[in-house]
Design a protein around this ligand. Structure first.
Ligand code: HEM
Length: 365
């Protein structure tokens, strides 16, 4: 199990954030911590295998020979200060970025439920989910959320925490674009939180403020299935893919000072599971009585939450059949989520590499 997920879930069991209504006593209910999460089958391979590493020494010396002079010096420093324009990062260099993100996830546990992982997953999704297939605008290529107005869009409230978390990583590996870094971090977070390996490839370029997308491209949580379909069809997803994507709501929580909503979707918000689907179908959900936006709470413990848009996934028959399947079949969810999250992070990116050139990174020990 990845150490970040381990320490983070421990942290969650110890304490919850100040905004939470979750009480540890609630764990004595029938919501058990999922046991299926860390099955080896969850770590599915894609084209390239994480285990397959060429001799790093050979590569290192090949790098020295190729780069020469200052470039080689910087390479030997582990990529810390690479400024040479000639530097062409290889898989090993991106693995170093992954390792740095994983290390920071394991170290920085004094946040939320004990992990920055969920907010990194959300950053990668919001950077990518602005894509419009008709105009080819938006998507992860550009990292335009660095700029107002996009950073100030209501849907992006709270994502500064994720962007700031990644700044030291960018400082250490200045050759990586923000667009590649944010998506790599989303994929690393899923993997480090016990989810499947998300194959990833570089190739995104940062754009300037002129490329910011207009407000309103991301989903509004107070709306229903019609809106959800409008938003995700615009990106090019079908119903099954939309359902698989929403399974990411197994992670993290809503924050009153960000979206206005409040609470986690399940009892293990720092572990990637199919619990979102299981609870959606197995639990009874009722309107929460509180001084906040309309949201739902579980009848049994009244400590969990569903957004109105989450409830649309069981109100709508087409969506519900996929929810039921993923609730019963964690492997199917992990497999389908992997494919669709890869697709999300690549929307609108003009890659010069092929899908089979994607990297699968080694998880932290
Ligand atoms: C109908 C579509 C969706 C809606 C309406 C929606 C809405 C929301 C809202 C309101 C929050 C709470 C934000 C906060 O207060 O901090 C949230 C959190 C989150 N969302 Fe979604 N979301 C959707 C789809 C997705 C997708 C496709 C993903 C990823 C694949 C995703 C990943 C997450 C994660 C990981 C969090 C937790 C963030 C944290 O703990 O800071 N969401 N979402």
């Amino acid at each position: 199990m990845a150490s970040a997920a381990r320490s983070a879930s421990r942290a969650f069991l110890r304490s919850t954030s100040a905004t939470s209504s979750f009480r540890p006593a609630a764990r004595s209910t029938r919501f058990a911590l999922p046991t299926q999460t860390f099955r080896a089958s969850g770590r599915r391979g894609y084209a390239s295998d994480a285990g397959e590493t060429k001799s790093s020494n050979t590569l290192l010396w090949a790098g020295v020979a190729l780069a020469g002079g200052a470039g080689a010096y910087f390479y030997l420093q582990g990529g810390d200060s690479v400024t040479s324009k000639n530097f062409v990062p290889a898989k090993e260099d991106y693995q170093k970025v992954y390792d740095e993100i994983a290390r920071r996830l394991a170290d920085e546990t004094d946040y939320d439920d004990g992990s920055y992982g969920p907010v990194l997953v959300r950053l990668a999704w919001h950077a990518s989910g602005t894509y419009d297939k008709e105009t080819g605008t938006g998507g992860s290529n550009g990292a335009t959320m660095r700029f107002a107005p996009e950073s100030d869009h209501g849907a992006n409230a709270g994502l500064k925490a994720a962007r700031d978390f990644l700044e030291p990583v960018k400082a250490k590996f200045p050759w990586i674009t923000y667009s590649d870094l944010w998506t790599l971090a989303g994929s690393a977070a899923i993997q480090e939180l016990g989810g499947p390996a998300i194959p990833w490839r570089p190739g995104r370029q940062d754009k300037d403020v002129a490329a910011c997308t207009p407000d309103g491209r991301l989903p509004d949580a107070s709306k229903d299935q019609r809106h959800v379909r409008d938003i995700f069809y615009r990106m090019g997803f079908n119903d099954q893919e939309i359902v698989a994507l929403i399974g990411a709501h197994a992670l993290g929580r809503a924050h009153p000072d960000r979206s206005g909503f409040d609470g986690p979707w399940n009892f293990s918000p720092t572990v990637f599971t199919n619990e979102f689907f299981r609870l959606l179908v197995d639990e009874k959900w009722q309107q929460r009585k509180w001084n906040g936006p309309a949201q739902f709470t579980d009848k049994t413990t009244k400590t969990l939450m569903m957004l109105p848009a989450d409830m649309a996934f069981i109100k709508d028959k087409e969506f519900k059949k996929h929810v039921e399947r993923y609730a019963r079949d964690s492997d199917a969810f992990f497999k389908d989520f992997t494919e669709v999250y890869v697709k999300l992070l690549e929307l609108g990116v003009p890659f010069t590499t092929k899908p089979e050139d994607r990297y699968v990174f080694k998880s932290s020990e």
